[in-house]
Design a protein around this ligand. Structure first.
Ligand code: NDP
Length: 324
């Protein structure tokens, strides 16, 4: 039995005791110290069938803690190792990290670098990991000297970490936000300019003034279409999210007239070598103090309310769940 948040498609989420199976094959049992609240966890709390794919479900797409036991086929992960798991079905197709213990697949499990303590790992979580994947993809095409880069959804989990990571690498970052009151905080993370997201939220012309060398987008919809239309020749835009919309009302013109690249980002099924590379870079590039400034910590019960607030776009930065 483990203490956990349980959600189902038919009943309100609650904190209760949940049975966990012993780790099988290539699985590990993790004693969870921290999890976090991501956009997807908010959808799980609301019982969204696109996320709650097994019913009932313990949410929590992030799991941070220590390996307590391993399955019979595991020789490459040791009991006592400090680990992080993001995505890989946790909190969607299998019980996730909003629990004192969690059974996870070891093939997506990353050993945490010493520089990243459990609090920091959870503050980074899926959102920060996705920001890092976005930066790894963007920097293959765009160098800091190429020009300014735009981060949309700037106040959110992906946006805040992306700003800090890009600024640390010397990029000139413009933050796009619907919450001007977060301007100082976004500048403190490293943004040099802040723009009102309303200026790029409505459908616009297929080709616009070329402003951005690149962009990290987590909102999709007309915003992503406008960003593509205003990206410079040879630039690149990463797309990881749908906070505005799943649609992409664009044309081929930015691609065929300016050679713009659209780079898709997925964190859930990311292969282990990419996960390890991303966490190593997070350990060296991300200033923990900057992230701490936009992170708050809640208990298991409170995580339920915060989940709804994240989906409503009311949370700035990251929320760590202290499961103890
Ligand atoms: P958050 O809710 O923390 O941040 C999203 C931000 O988007 C908000 O803070 C807000 O920023 C902005 N936003 C919200 N609603 C709208 C809107 N209608 N139009 C324009 N902007 C809007 O979520 P995360 O940062 O954790 O995740 C962002 C997106 O990325 C989500 O869609 C999530 O599902 C997706 N995601 C995808 C992953 C993947 O593997 N592909 C992994 C992680 C996340 P502001 O107030 O500053 O405007």
């Amino acid at each position: 039995m483990t203490r956990a948040v349980l959600v189902s498609r038919s009943a309100a989420p609650t904190v209760t005791d949940v049975d966990l199976p012993a780790p099988g094959g290539r699985e590990a049992l993790v004693t969870v110290t921290r999890s976090s609240v991501n956009y997807k966890d908010g959808l799980a709390v609301a019982g969204d069938p696109g996320v709650v794919r097994t019913d009932p479900l313990v949410p929590g797409i992030d799991v941070v803690g220590t390996v307590a036991a391993v399955g019979p086929e595991v020789e490459d992960v040791a009991v006592g190792e400090r680990v992080v798991l993001t995505g890989a079905g946790a909190g969607e197709t299998r019980h996730g990290g909003w629990a004192e213990q969690c059974v996870v697949p070891v093939d997506s499990l990353v050993s945490l670098p010493d520089a990243v303590d459990d609090d920091l790992a959870a503050a980074i979580g899926t959102a920060g990991f996705t920001a890092m994947l976005s930066v790894l993809a963007l920097e293959r095409v765009v160098a800091p000297e190429d020009g300014p880069v735009l981060v949309t959804g700037a106040s959110g989990g992906v946006g805040t970490v992306a700003i800090a990571l890009l600024a640390a690498r010397g990029y000139r970052v413009t933050a796009s936000t619907g919450r001007p009151e977060n301007g100082d905080s976004l500048r403190a993370l490293g943004a040099t300019d802040v723009v009102d997201r309303a200026t790029i939220a409505e459908p616009g012309k297929p080709m616009q003034r070329a402003v951005w060398a690149g962009a990290v987008d987590s909102v999709g919809g007309a915003t992503l279409a406008n960003v593509l239309a205003s990206t410079q020749y040879g630039g690149a835009v990463t797309a990881c999210g749908l906070a505005q919309d799943t649609s992409l009302p664009t044309t081929v013109l930015p691609f065929i007239l300016r050679g713009v690249s659209l780079l898709g980002i997925d964190s859930v099924a990311a292969p282990l070598d990419l996960r390890q590379r991303a966490w190593a870079r997070l350990g060296t590039d991300l200033d923990p103090a900057l992230l701490r400034g936009v992170t708050r910590t809640v208990g298991l019960g409170e995580a339920i309310e915060v989940g709804a607030a994240v989906v409503a776009g009311r949370v700035h930065g990251r929320t760590v769940v202290d499961v103890a």
